[in-house]
Design a protein around this ligand. Structure first.
Ligand SMILES: Nc1ncnc2c1ncn2[C@@H]1O[C@H](COP(=O)(O)OP(=O)(O)O)[C@@H](O)[C@H]1O
Ligand SMILES: [Mg+2]
Length: 313
């Protein structure tokens, strides 16, 4: 989970690398978690990402850079990679700072509209190349920890059964490799910078080929953590912009709903990424989050929210 970190508490070699660039007070540590540290310098308009040199993290960083090049070729707005430099224990990458506002917890319909626009443009740009591509993100991958024997003690049998029903409901869609395109896949609101006329997605490490409905599911799931009174308005505005008002079909609604449920269930696996120590320390809190995520998955009903006649997936 995110922690606030001061410059002085950064690892020494990171401080040394930053000292060479500017005065310490010009840097703000945005994020420090999972052994990846993001530091921003607004004066220089630069972002520095440091990742621990282990296989998995370096692969993710390579992937993010490849993704950003792919986007650049299609003229999709995203951070520009400026430089990469190996340190002893970390890899350091610098990006151009994307000017704008991050609105986690205070999203407004105008933001939902800009985000829908950014997603639609992205999905259309890669629609042709995506045809027939194997999805990198799907229910098998998201739900694997829930089905794994190793985690049997983590999940109630009813939860596992429910997760199986969602995987089954998505099976035909996933096997047909329909609507596969390039998706950001992690567009929760800390990864979106809003400018007056557009939304720019940042943090492309997890981007890849997948059903466009996966993206819509992740995004609507994020909106369900915004203020209660705002949620419906955000979701309706987002979908109206993405599909053009009135053009959303029953199939769209079904597939989006299943992907929102899938994301809630994925939420029930997030605590497994924390250290064993953290898991033990927060056992009660995590168990509650798992239970909540499951209930929310079961309850989420998009047709009802949109005031459409009930459909059965
Ligand atoms: N190019 C950028 N422009 C503006 N802010 C950025 C940029 N890159 C990162 N940030 C800020 O740093 C935070 C963490 O960076 P991010 O790339 O999302 O890493 P993480 O993997 O830790 O989520 C973002 O939520 C954002 O506030
Ligand atoms: Mg992020």
């Amino acid at each position: 989970m995110a922690k606030t970190v001061s410059f002085d508490s950064l690892p020494r070699e990171i401080r040394t690398a930053l000292y060479r660039i500017d005065e310490p007070e010009c840097f703000s540590v945005e994020r420090s978690r999972h052994e990846a540290i993001t530091v921003v310098n607004k004066r220089l308009s630069r972002v520095y990402k440091f990742v621990r040199k282990n296989k998995k993290l370096v692969l993710l960083l390579d992937k993010e850079i490849d993704n950003l090049i792919l986007l650049r070729n299609k003229k999709i707005s995203a951070p520009t990679v400026l430089n990469r430099q190996p340190l002893k224990q970390y890899d350091m990458v610098s990006y151009a700072y994307v000017e704008g506002e991050i609105v986690a917890d205070s999203m407004m319909p105008k933001n939902a509209k800009l985000l829908a626009d950014a997603h639609r443009k992205l999905h259309i740009a890669f629609e042709r190349e995506g045809k027939g591509k194997l999805a990198e993100w799907n229910s098998a991958r998201m739900l694997k920890p829930i089905f794994s024997k190793t985690n049997a003690s983590e999940y109630a049998p009813e939860l596992v059964k429910y997760a199986r029903s969602i995987a089954r409901a998505l099976k035909a869609h996933e096997l047909a490799r329909e609507d596969v395109t390039f998706i950001h896949s992690d567009s929760h609101l800390s990864n979106v910078v809003f400018q007056p006329e557009r939304a720019v997605l940042i943090d492309w490490a997890e981007a890849g080929w997948a059903s466009k409905y996966f993206e819509l599911g992740v995004t609507i799931h994020a909106m369900l953590y915004e203020k209660k009174a705002m949620q419906r308005d955000l979701i309706v505005t987002y979908l109206n912009e993405y599909f053009e008002a009135g053009k959303i079909t029953e199939r769209d609604v079904q597939l989006i709903e299943l992907h929102v449920k899938l994301r809630f269930l994925e939420g029930a696996t997030w605590h497994l990424l924390e250290s064993k120590e953290d898991q033990l320390l927060n056992k009660v809190r995590y168990a509650k989050f798992v239970e909540d995520s499951w209930r929310k998955a079961e309850r989420f009903d998009l047709a009802k929210l949109l005031g459409m006649p009930a459909t059965k997936a």
